[in-house]
Ligand binder design. Structure first.
Ligand SMILES: Nc1nc2c(c(=O)[nH]1)N[C@H]1C(S)=C(S)[C@@H](COP(=O)(O)OP(=O)(O)OC[C@H]3O[C@@H](n4cnc5c(=O)[nH]c(N)nc54)[C@H](O)[C@@H]3O)O[C@H]1N2
Ligand SMILES: Nc1nc2c(c(=O)[nH]1)N[C@H]1C(S)=C(S)[C@@H](COP(=O)(O)OP(=O)(O)OC[C@H]3O[C@@H](n4cnc5c(=O)[nH]c(N)nc54)[C@H](O)[C@@H]3O)O[C@H]1N2
Ligand SMILES: [Mo]
Length: 767
């Protein structure tokens, strides 16, 4: 760190976890006004009979008997179980224009929504409305559209299987496949990339596989902040002496050292467990090059071993029986030049050879990865090259090995499984016809980026959001916000107020729903919902708290209310389904045979695992094989980047949940009380005459149709950080202003939030 003192910026030296994590939990509970509600909620989190933590999608250990401590899970829970309320009085006091001036933090900090609300344009205020009246407005507006394809139905990943299933059923009966969802902004590169490789768009490992692996590679994710419970698993792996290799442009503390708050002696002695054995600080966007470099090493070592009369380094029996496409991959790798690999990765050849040796020396390898791999223009290629690396040594479909995409929201994977998709399959159409007699077209609907384009161009006039904060999560607010103001109908089903709710359409409704932590009572009694984690484990979740307001309804009940008002001749018994969620699960089972015995199996402790073909080397049906797939050459720069540009990535701070900003600290990166920072490499700073703490301007320069698309922000300061040359980082969602809408992976539509070409300049001194 440099000499100059910059307020709120220091060098964090401690391990992740430890007492700092406990102190942070105490603070957040206090901040949300401890009335016993939050602490009671915390005792029930991720217990066999409690509710599923809304914090992340990392699986629970099989027999959770004691409270599994997690700082960021505790924040997510207390932020939902807060004692604060955003009542109709708040909306009477402040106009929408006034609320717009509040920070994202302040908006959610207003507390839980308590009443259904409708926007009144004359006064610019929200006011309370009866549920039936709200539904009838929505039904009328949706029925008035000339074409069902003029409506967009967004889903965020906290939505339960039951709510998501009813939602997609309603939308299909209504007549469109427009399902933008948060998965389009997140792991879509996995959902699109993996099926071509291994026949299924999900991870292949279970938690137990971590007990049997011989090496773990962690690409582009930050578990210390985003999946803190995963550190417990990685710690066990490290303590077995198994190498963990981290590939990340930023040195993330959680991947380096961790003090487990679960371990009393470690806590008392202030000891930490080292996590990653080796840490490769690859340049942003250099992962395809690194993976290709590692595969080149493997092919060379294999040829050398075979020449010596050995059995080779590749798993030749597996490759012959289970895969196709190796020859084309060999040719591609032969064409790949080391000089390009080294330039793209910023690593040395010795580094890459060492990484390849760790991989080759292990019998069972797991690759975990997150947004650092998916949110690029070539996100799908990133995913497929990781699959290639695993397939070369038969590391998919055997115990202790496999691919582990680490999902974001606690049920983002499940929402997909139960039918939230803009690209419906024949099997889904058949299932819905069989169960309800409803037929719908198989034409592709809109994903998230497409839905914003359609709204911008006036082709779509209605937007319903089942959770989330689309306007802020989406790229390019310069395009997205004005587009959303042109809607005829905007409906938000939410627990908390956020910025998306403050973009009024001609008609705007805000519908408050129960959260995970709360009791959901329907005609047949107390209900539970189900969720699917990153490892395809499905289990039940039942809230125990008294709802934040007597006017709240559950998400399934709200969806059913909209459905009845919109589809007067519906073939679905909406009231019957909502009266008892077992009935919804029976229907899910009828539409999707993989859910056989759903109600019985979900009542077993810990739930059950959905069938994942690739986990047992079924590559998507009889006769199908896993495929080695190619990524374009490294010699042409995918961004056609101008020489002075850096590549900027956007990341989460430790004190946020996506667009929900809990606070302004990013403890493990040494930032406190501010978010207006851009992390830069020391030499890059020097070359631009920028000093630590200087005010800077960031201009994105993204090549696209019709020339360079440019966006500009200022009011940020430069922070010298451990980053490779050519790489820069700042926080999401602030960084979204730099990402043009058209900048996304052409295969999966995932916005390129993590590879933004930027020009960074020092602003003249204000003094
Ligand atoms: N507390 C908390 N938990 C969360 C969330 C939250 O906001 N807060 N969000 C949830 C959601 S929806 C999701 S999707 C997950 C996200 O969890 P992560 O995938 O961990 O998300 P990010 O913070 O975006 O971090 C991405 C990581 O990728 C690295 N990275 C950036 N660019 C590159 C690159 O080009 N190559 C490589 N190899 N690495 C790169 C960054 O340095 C960073 O460490 O977390 C979930 N859990
Ligand atoms: N630049 C940049 N942009 C990104 C990313 C990035 O890394 N960089 N990450 C992307 C990713 S991975 C994702 S997943 C998206 C996230 O996009 P979204 O899913 O749209 O955003 P969230 O911030 O998770 O949504 C928060 C809101 O959800 C509502 N909510 C919370 N709990 C519930 C509930 O139980 N029910 C209902 N109905 N509503 C609830 C609250 O009103 C809260 O304000 O953002 C994406 N945007
Ligand atoms: Mo996500």
């Amino acid at each position: 760190m440099t000499e100059r003192k910059v307020p709120g910026v220091s060098d964090y030296q401690a391990a992740a976890g430890g007492w700092g994590a406990l102190a942070a939990v105490a603070r957040v509970i206090k901040g949300q006004m401890a009335v016993g509600r939050e602490t009671a909620a915390l005792r029930r989190v991720n217990q066999p009979t409690g509710f599923d933590c809304p914090g992340c999608a990392w699986p629970d250990p099989k027999h959770t008997s004691s409270f599994e401590f997690c700082e960021n899970g505790a924040k997510a829970v207390s932020w939902e179980a807060t004692g604060k309320r955003a009542t109709p009085e708040l909306f009477a006091r402040y106009s929408v224009a006034e609320l717009w001036e509040w920070s994202d933090h302040a908006l959610e900090d207003a507390g839980r929504l308590t009443h259904p609300l409708i926007y009144d344009a004359d006064s610019d205020h929200y006011r309370a409305i009866e549920w039936d009246e709200a539904f009838s407005h929505i039904g009328q507006a949706l029925r008035a559209l000339p074409d069902p394809d003029m409506a967009e139905f967004y889903t965020s990943g906290r939505t339960s299987n039951e709510a998501a299933f009813l939602y997609q059923l309603m939308v299909r009966e209504y007549g469109t496949n427009n399902f933008p969802d948060c998965s389009n902004l997140c792991h879509e590169a996995t959902s699109v990339g993996l099926p071509d490789s291994i026949g299924v768009g999900k991870g292949t490992v279970t938690l137990e596989d971590f007990e049997h692996c011989d090496a773990v590679f962690s690409f582009g994710h930050n578990p210390g902040t985003n999946h803190p419970r995963m550190l417990g698993t990685l710690r066990e792996v490290a303590r077995r002496g198994v190498p963990i290799v981290a590939v990340n442009p930023l040195r993330e503390r959680g991947l380096e050292r961790f003090t487990s708050p679960q371990d009393v002696s470690e806590m008392l002695a202030n000891r930490a467990t080292p996590i990653a054995q080796t840490y490769y600080q690859v340049r942003i966007g250099g992962d395809v090059a690194l993976l290709k470099g590692m595969m080149k090493c493997l092919l060379d070592a294999d040829a050398a071993d075979l020449a010596r009369g050995g059995a080779g380094v590749l798993d030749h029996a597996f490759i012959a029986e289970h895969t196709e496409g190796l020859e084309a991959l060999r040719e591609d790798l032969a064409r790949t030049r080391w000089e390009d690999v080294l330039a793209k990765t910023g690593l040395s050849r010795a580094d890459i050879e060492a990484a390849a040796r760790v991989y080759a020396n292990a019998e069972r390898v797991i690759i975990c990865y997150g947004m650092g791999m998916t949110q690029h223009r070539f996100g799908t290629h990133n995913v497929q090259q990781m699959a290639n690396l695993l397939l070369l040594r038969g590391n998919i479909g055997k115990p202790g090995a496999g691919i582990a995409p680490i999902r974001g929201h606690s049920n983002v994977q499940g929402d997909r499984t139960v039918g939230i998709t803009e690209k419906p399959s024949q099997a889904l159409a058949d299932g819905i016809k069989r169960t309800y007699g409803i037929e719908f077209p198989l034409t592709h609907g809109h994903d998230a980026v497409e839905s914003i384009r359609a709204i911008r161009d006036g082709r779509s006039k209605a937007l319903i959001c089942l959770g989330g904060n689309l306007a802020v999560a989406m790229s390019d607010p310069e395009t997205t916000l004005p587009a959303m103001r042109k809607l005829d109908l905007a409906v938000h089903i939410a627990t908390k107020l956020n910025r998306s709710h403050l973009i009024p359409a001609r008609q705007t409704l805000l519908l408050p729903c129960l959260g995970r932590t709360e009791r959901d009572e329907q005609a047949s009694g107390l209900q539970s919902v189900t969720v699917e984690d990153s490892m395809s484990m499905v289990h039940a979740s039942q809230g125990g708290l008294t709802p934040a307001s007597e006017h709240l309804r559950s998400e399934p009940a709200i969806v059913a209310g909209i459905a009845k008002a919109t589809l007067p001749h519906s073939k679905v018994d909406w009231d019957g389904l909502v009266s008892d969620y077992d009935r919804i699960r029976d229907d899910i089972e009828s539409v999707f045979p993989i859910f056989h015995d759903f109600n019985r199996r979900v009542r077993e402790p810990g739930g059950f695992r959905l069938y994942v073909g690739a986990s047992v080397r079924d590559w998507g049906g009889p006769g199908r094989k896993a495929r080695f797939l190619l990524a374009p050459g490294l010699d042409e720069d995918p961004q056609g980047q101008e020489p002075d540009l850096l590549t900027l990535t956007t990341v989460r701070a430790h004190d946020q949940y996506n667009t929900t900003i809990y606070g302004f600290d990013d403890r493990y990166r040494g930032i406190s009380g501010r978010r207006d920072v851009v992390f830069l490499n020391a030499e890059d700073m020097q070359a631009r005459g920028i000093a630590h703490g200087d005010a800077i301007e960031v201009e994105s320069r993204v090549p696209g149709a019709g020339g360079t698309h440019s966006r500009r922000i200022s009011g940020y300061i430069a922070v010298q950080y451990h980053l490779p040359r050519g790489s820069a980082a700042m926080y999401f969602p602030e960084g979204n202003r730099l990402v043009p809408l058209d900048s996304h992976d052409p295969n999966s539509g995932t916005p390129a939030y993590k590879s933004i070409p930027v020009l960074i300049t020092r602003l003249p001194d204000a003094s």
